[in-house]
Design a protein around this ligand. Structure first.
Ligand code: G4P
Length: 532
C-alpha cells in the first residue's frame, strides 16, 4: 500500500470496497483486468489471463484446482485509481461456486453486476443479486460485450427489472452496438464519449468527448446513429426512472452502464462514475449499535477461512474485513468470541494471489491473519472493546446434500475432527437428524464441487476415506423457532427435519411444492432461506 501521509480519516474516505458479481463468462475477469489497467497496476491487458495459468504454481494448494483449471477460492485485489484506494473482492465465478462466494459479499460495501448483453440476467447473477439485496448494498450494473450483437438496451433494462425486481436508471447509454459500438452517452453530463484504438483492448482506449449537440458528432457518428441516440435519450428522459442517489445507496435502484470490457470502450467512464457515486465504508451494525468506520478503535470481522493456501505452510488464513480504526502490524486485539487477547503478528494482504506482509491497513481493507485453528466465520476482533460483536454471517442455503460416513470405523475420531474443521472454515454445512448421534451426518454444500473438495481434503489432510450418498434434497429452510410446534408438526413424505450445527431446526425439501405444502399444513410457520 502506498503511504501518502494522509490522515486516518482521509484514508478511510478514499476506500472503495466492492465485489463483482456475474454469471460465468459474462466478463468479470476481463473487467477486473481493465480496472487494473486503468489504475496503472498492470501495463498491458492479458496479464490476468496468463495469471490464470500461472496461478497453479502459486496457489498450488489443491489438486482439484489444477484439474479443473479454475480457482476454488476467492481472493482480494487492491489497487489505486484517481486517489481512491480500491479493494475488489473476487467471487468465484464458475458454475460450482461455493458458500464463500456469498460470504464474500458480506464484506463488500457495494457490488458491480456484470451482464452479458446477449444473455441478459442469468442464473448465478440472480443468486448473488439476492444476497446483495438482502444486505441493502448499492448495486451497479455494467452491461458488457457491447462490441457484439446483443439484446436491445431497452429490453435489457426490462429484463433487469422483471427478473431481479430492481428498478434501473441508465447513467451511460450505448452509442451503436456490435461492430458499430462507438461509445457512450453520459446522461448526467449530457456528454458523448467516442472511443477508438486501445490496441484491441490491450492498452487504454483514446476518446473524444463533447456535448451531444456538437455538430462534429453528426459527422463522426453519421446521421443514423446520431438520430437514434437522440431518440433513445428522449425516450429515456420521458419513460425511465430518474436518478435518485438515496435509492441507489439503499440498493433500491441500480445505475446502469454499457460498455465492452474487451475493447475498453466505456470502461473508464463506468469506473469514474461508479467511484463517484458509491460510498466509502459505512457504519456496520453490531450488538453495541452501529460502529462508525472513522472511530479510532480498531475492529473487524472474519468472513472467510481458507485452509492450506500454500502447501509448504500448511496453514489456515482467516480473512478479516476491517470495519473501524487503523490496523497496525503487531497490535494486540480482543478476540471477542473466545474472550482472549491475541497479537496480530504476521498480517497479510493479498495482491491477487500474492501475499505481502502489511504494516498498516484501514476500514474497507481486507487482511489475512494466520489462524492456528482459533477463528470461526463471523468472529469479531476489537482493540478496545471486549464485548463488541458484529452481526453474524448467516449460513446460506446449500442446494446439494449427501449422507456421509467413514469407511474405516477406527478412523472415526479423525473423520469427526476433519468434518468439524471443514465446517468451521465454512466449506461445508453439517446437519444431523434429531436424537440420532453423529453416526449419520448430512452434508450440505452450495456448489457440488465442494463435495469433491471435502472428499479430497479428508483424504489428504486427515487420512480418512469416506463413502458419500447423494440425497435428493434441493431446498433448505430454517424454521423460525417461535413458530415451530414440535409436538404437532405435519411434514410431507419427501421432506426431512434435521438440526444445523447450532441445533436450529431445519427442513430439507426435494421441491418447492413441498415447501408450500408444509407452510399450508402448519399454521403460522415461518421459514427462512438463511440461518439468520
Ligand atoms: P468471467 O470472468 O465472467 O467468467 O469472464 P471472462 O472475463 O473470463 O470472459 C469470458 C469470455 O468473454 C472470454 O472469452 C473473454 O475474452 C470474453 N469477453 C469478456 N468481455 C468481453 C467483451 O466486452 N466483448 C467480447 N466480445 N468478449 C468479451 P473466451 O473466448 O472464453 O476467452 P479468450 O479466448 O478470449 O481468452
Amino acid at each position: 500500500m502506498t503511504e501518502q501521509n494522509l490522515s486516518f480519516i482521509d484514508e478511510v474516505r478514499r476506500r472503495r470496497t466492492f465485489a463483482i458479481i456475474s454469471h460465468p463468462d459474462a466478463g468479470k475477469t476481463t473487467l477486473t483486468e481493465k480496472f487494473l489497467l486503468y489504475g496503472g497496476a498492470i501495463r498491458s491487458a492479458g496479464s490476468v489471463k496468463s495469471r490464470r495459468s500461472q496461478k497453479h504454481a502459486v496457489s498450488d494448494w489443491m489438486e482439484i484446482e489444477k484439474q479443473r483449471g479454475i480457482s476454488v477460492t476467492s481472493s482480494v485485489l487492491q489497487f489505486e485509481y484517481n486517489n481512491f484506494c480500491i479493494n475488489i473482492l473476487d467471487t468465484p465465478g464458475h458454475q460450482d461456486f461455493s458458500e464463500d462466494t456469498y460470504r464474500t459479499l458480506m464484506a463488500a460495501d457495494s457490488a458491480v453486476m456484470v451482464i452479458d448483453c446477449s444473455k441478459g440476467v442469468e442464473e448465478q447473477t440472480k443468486k448473488l443479486f439476492q444476497v446483495c439485496k438482502m444486505r441493502g448494498i448499492p448495486i451497479f450494473t455494467f452491461i458488457n460485450k457491447m462490441d457484439r450483437e446483443g439484446k436491445d438496451p431497452f429490453d435489457l433494462l426490462e429484463d433487469i427489472e422483471n427478473v431481479l425486481g430492481i428498478r434501473s436508471c441508465p447513467v451511460n447509454w450505448p452509442i451503436g452496438s456490435g461492430k458499430d459500438f462507438k461509445g457512450v452517452f453520459n446522461r448526467h453530463k449530457n456528454q458523448i464519449e467516442l472511443f477508438n484504438d486501445g490496441n484491441h483492448g490491450q492498452s487504454i482506449a483514446k476518446s473524444i468527448t463533447g456535448n451531444i449537440s456538437d455538430e462534429k458528432f453528426n459527422t463522426l457518428l453519421g446521421d443514423v446513429l446520431h438520430k437514434q441516440l437522440q431518440n433513445d435519450i428522449e425516450l429515456l428522459d420521458v419513460a425511465g426512472d430518474s436518478f435518485d442517489l438515496n435509492q441507489i445507496l439503499n440498493g433500491e435502484l441500480t445505475p446502469v452502464f454499457f460498455g465492452s470490457a474487451l475493447t475498453n470502450f466505456g470502461v473508464e467512464p463506468f469506473l469514474k462514475s461508479f467511484l463517484d457515486i458509491t460510498t466509502p465504508p459505512k457504519p456496520r451494525s453490531s450488538n453495541l449499535g452501529d460502529i462508525d468506520p472513522e472511530s479510532t478503535n480498531f475492529s473487524g470481522f472474519i468472513f472467510k477461512i481458507q485452509a492450506n493456501m500454500n502447501k509448504s505452510h500448511r496453514d489456515r488464513i482467516a480473512f478479516l474485513r476491517i470495519c473501524s480504526g487503523k490496523f497496525e502490524k503487531g497490535m494486540t486485539v480482543n478476540h471477542v468470541q473466545r474472550n482472549k487477547k491475541i497479537k496480530l503478528a504476521q498480517p497479510q494482504q493479498f495482491i491477487a494471489q500474492d501475499r505481502v506482509i502489511v504494516d498498516s491497513a484501514y476500514p474497507g481493507d481486507i487482511i489475512g491473519i494466520h489462524d492456528p485453528g482459533i477463528f470461526n466465520i463471523g468472529d469479531t476482533l476489537s482493540q478496545n472493546q471486549s464485548k463488541l460483536q458484529y452481526s453474524g454471517i448467516p449460513q446460506f442455503a446449500p442446494e446439494h446434500f449427501a449422507r456421509i460416513s467413514t469407511t474405516n470405523s477406527l478412523k472415526r475420531k479423525q473423520f469427526l475432527k476433519g468434518i468439524t474443521q471443514l465446517a468451521e472454515e465454512g466449506a461445508i454445512q453439517v446437519y444431523k437428524r434429531p436424537n440420532i448421534g453423529m453416526e449419520e451426518l448430512i452434508i450440505g454444500v452450495v456448489g457440488v464441487l465442494q463435495f469433491e473438495v471435502l472428499e479430497y481434503r479428508l483424504k489428504q489432510e486427515y487420512g480418512v476415506y469416506i463413502t458419500m450418498n447423494r440425497l435428493p434434497y434441493r431446498y433448505i429452510r430454517w424454521i423460525e423457532e417461535t413458530t415451530f410446534n414440535r409436538d404437532n408438526f405435519s411434514i410431507t413424505m419427501d421432506t426431512i427435519l434435521v438440526e444445523d450445527k447450532d441445533k436450529n431446526p431445519v427442513l430439507l425439501f426435494q421441491n418447492e411444492w413441498s415447501v408450500r405444502q408444509i407452510i399450508e399444513r402448519n399454521e403460522g410457520l415461518i421459514l427462512r432461506e438463511t440461518s439468520i
